[in-house]
Design a protein around this ligand. Structure first.
Ligand code: PLP
Length: 457
């Protein structure tokens, strides 16, 4: 849809008057936000004709196949003309085809439960755990453990399972039965240098299981690579130990792939880098790259069987519904999205371009002392800013905000992580669409270099 020049002022005025923007401080909204009118690949244009290189995939790591994919719009159009909706006990063509295509990428997994946001996908996983506890463990094994600095969504229960203070503050009281364990960021090693960090960090989860009582813990939820909490990669040996502990105490392992899924980290799913076998996997953002709202809670057949009725147990199936999980446009978009990822080798491109981006960050680190650490996997990378490289004291949040703001002025959109522990929202994050070219990676480095030079001189 093209916007005529004389419409721009009135649209901006209407937006200012009526739209309550997500996660935008009121002062910033009142100052006015850009009006984006068009996108192509990684490029965005606003109503003034200014061009941006979007290294945030739509602000929150969504547009994996990039903007402007007419073939996804066509697939959605065709499906909507045939049948737009049905929910419950009926099959639809895109629902069946996408579930099959997805399971094909996830050996060991078996069932796909559709809903429409990442938070909802996680809520479904939590409800499955609670119902399994009720059916099989007299309600006892109902607790769900989550990790400091991980985020699992915006609803009160998904927030109850999130380790980010910035998201939680002022929203309590939270849902009971969710218990936090420590993060695993090696750069901020809490255990001293004499330990096998990955194993030690995983044992921190075991300590919480033992403290709570293994017979009360039903599941643990983790991001494969922590996103909004600071681009935290698992240390060596971490995931193997996590799986081992889950098996030891009969605890289900839920992996939240809402951000990492569908190629973001250079594999179909983040957990596949580490050879883990999850019990449940949730996903959303890149599933249809923002062309339709869709999320999935994927489980093993074993989990599905645990929630199937037995004799005399007519309420023993998963009694849950997601109204908009029945929209057929969503799996139609997801199917085309997956086809594009495969046809254009975008998973491989994510791995390759991610390496180039990280190498670029290393050159910036050599030049700018404010950069303490650079890390990432595929096209999901971060720069941690510090006041002092020796002590690793985090740089004040105003500095990462200023770098991001300067980048925006220079036409580059990047993200910043959320505060989990006081002071720790000092990480810039980068998650460009997987179609990024070498020249665009180099442009990101060039703009960042200028922004760091100007802001942190
Ligand atoms: N899980 C992770 C790891 C996320 O980063 C997010 C959102 O950023 C969510 C879940 C929640 O997804 P949604 O905003 O679609 O509810």
């Amino acid at each position: 849809m093209n916007i005529k020049a004389d419409e721009v002022a009135s649209l901006k005025a209407l937006d200012k008057e009526h739209v309550w923007h997500h996660i935008t401080p009121t002062a910033a909204a009142k100052a006015g936000v850009p009006l984006f009118v068009r996108g192509e690949g990684l490029q965005l244009w606003d109503s003034e004709g200014k061009e941006y290189l979007d290294a945030s995939s739509g602000g929150v790591w969504v547009t994996n196949v990039g903007y402007g994919r007419r073939e996804i719009a066509d697939a959605v159009h065709e499906q909507l003309c045939a049948l737009n909706y049905f929910s419950g006990a009926a099959a639809t063509k895109p629902g069946a085809l996408f579930a099959d295509a997805l399971i094909d990428k996830m050996p060991g997994m078996s069932r796909v439960y559709y809903s429409s946001s990442g938070s909802e996908a996680n809520e479904k996983a939590f409800k499955m755990v609670r119902q399994i506890a009720a059916k099989h463990y007299g309600g006892k094994k109902h607790k769900i453990l989550f990790r400091e600095r991980d985020y699992h969504g915006t609803t009160i229960t998904a927030l109850s399972a999130s380790g980010q203070n910035e998201r939680r503050e002022q929203f309590g009281p939270f849902t009971p039965g969710f218990v936090e364990f420590p993060h695993c960021l090696e750069y901020r090693n809490q255990y001293g240098n004499d330990v096998d960090y990955g194993v030690r960090a995983a044992e921190a989860m075991e300590e919480v299981i033992l403290r709570e009582g293994a017979d009360t813990v039903g599941a643990v939820i983790l991001e494969p690579i922590t996103a909004g909490g600071g681009i935290i990669l698992p240390p060596q040996g971490y995931w193997e130990k996590i799986r081992e502990i889950c098996d030891k105490y009969n605890v289900l392992l839920i992996i939240d792939e809402v951000v990492c899924g569908l190629g973001r980290t250079g594999a179909w799913f983040g957990y596949q880098h580490y050879g883990i076998k999850p019990d449940m996997v949730t996903m959303a953002k890149g599933v249809a790259s923002g062309y339709a709202p869709i999320s999935c809670t994927v489980t093993t057949e074993k989990v599905y069987e645990l929630l199937s009725e037995a004799e005399g147990d007519h309420l023993g199936f998963f009694r849950d519904i997601s109204t908009f999980g029945g929209c057929t446009s969503a799996p139609a978009a997801a199917l085309k999205n997956m086809e594009i990822l495969e046809r254009e080798n975008l998973i491989e491109n994510s791995a390759r371009m991610g390496e180039r981006l990280l190498a670029g960050f290393e050159t910036l680190k050599a030049k700018h002392p404010i950069i303490g650490d650079v890390r990432g996997k595929g096209l999901f990378c971060g720069i941690e800013m510090v006041a002092d490289r020796e002590t690793r004291e985090p740089a004040h949040e105003s500095l990462s905000a200023a770098v991001a703001a300067r980048c925006k002025e220079l036409g580059l959109l990047i993200g910043r992580t959320n505060r989990s522990i006081a002071g720790y929202n000092n990480v810039l994050n980068f998650a460009p669409a997987l179609v990024i070219t070498e020249a665009q990676v180099d442009r990101i480095i060039e703009v960042l270099d200028q922004a760091f030079s100007e802001v942190c001189a």
